[in-house]
Design a protein around this ligand. Structure first.
Ligand code: TA6
Length: 297
């Protein structure tokens, strides 16, 4: 649909409209009294969430690509059906194909106390089946208000069970990663990609950052709190239907290695990701559906 058609079909005066975002990709602007959010149809990718009068909560790279077939860098990449590199398939893109496809809007409705909820969908087709031989329906919904609520529903529309990974790979703005800390994962076991995939257990201290940090924490349903003394704020990421959490900052060398990530951008961001992957991958019987949610406050 063109921007004209999108606005005709879905715009709501003073609440929802569409414009040409990065790379002229169609972008939905959700603007409520409390907050504003932006969502690209490309990847159903939330690229912006900001409370009125405050600094943006989600981080975006100034070097992001905005191209079909390439992931947007920052915001909330929707990861499905595999997390990270795909074992045994070096030709497959990192983090699955859901973030590389254009999604369709299926519903937009005003909610209580001035919030608004938008739902986007991606259905399996021959392109996805060629990469991953299963049939599915994905629905991604977000509710914009005093908090940002996101839900990813996976439905198995095929005739046999399948197992998948998924993530809401959320990038947060921080004043300085060297002074930020992540609380809530004490005692959780994790795999440290930056420590040669060694497995360890988080102590009682919060996670602080002194170098590349890339950890998947398993079997944890805990809400995490991102403490940011520089911006003087605390961001809480609560979740449901998710058994794993990833914490990531690329630091200097990895930042330099990513063409769509500014060399000097690493101090200003951290990912706290809502995940089901690896030990916590999800097995879904034919006809069943699974919902994972994240709420950012
Ligand atoms: O979630 C952390 C991670 O798996 C890192 O290992 C790094 O690869 C990051 O995701 C970003 O991946 P991307 O494919 O978006 O560059």
């Amino acid at each position: 649909m063109t921007l004209e058609q999108l606005n005709q079909r879905w715009a709501i005066p003073n609440l929802v409209r569409f414009d040409a975002g990065g790379g002229n990709l169609p972008r939905m602007i959700l603007s409520t009294a409390d907050a504003e959010a932006h969502v690209y149809l490309h990847g159903a990718h939330v690229s912006h969430y900001q409370h009125r009068g405050e600094k943006p909560i989600l981080w975006m790279s100034a070097k992001s690509w905005y191209e079909p077939g390439k992931p947007i860098r920052g915001g909330v990449p929707v990861i499905f059906p595999w997390f990270g590199p795909r074992a045994g398939h070096p030709e497959s893109p990192n983090h699955g194909f859901a973030r590389l496809r254009s999604w369709k809007i299926v519903a937009i409705e005003p909610g209580q106390n001035g919030s608004v909820t938008a739902t986007l969908a991606l259905r399996s087709d021959e392109q996805t089946r060629a990469a991953w031989p299963h049939d599915f329906d994905l629905h991604f919904s977000l509710t914009v208000g005093r908090s940002l609520q996101m839900a990813l529903e996976v439905r198995n529309t095929g005739r046999e069970a399948f197992t998948f990974d998924e993530a809401l790979h959320t990038y947060f703005t921080v004043g300085d990663i060297r002074r930020a800390s992540v609380h809530g994962l004490a005692g959780a076991s994790f795999l440290g990609k930056a420590e040669g995939n060694a497995r360890a257990t988080q102590g009682s201290e919060p996670i602080t950052f002194t170098g590349e940090t890339d950890r998947i924490y398993f079997n944890t349903r805990a809400a995490c709190t991102l403490e940011d003394p520089v911006l003087g704020r605390r961001i809480v990421v609560a979740k449901s239907g998710s058994e794993a959490t990833v914490v990531w900052n690329p630091w200097i060398t990895k930042a330099k290695a990513m063409p769509d990530f500014g060399d000097d951008e690493w101090p200003g961001m951290v990912c706290v990701e809502t995940v089901n992957a690896m030990d916590n991958a999800v097995r879904l019987e034919a006809g069943q559906s699974h919902v994972m949610t994240a709420e950012i406050q």
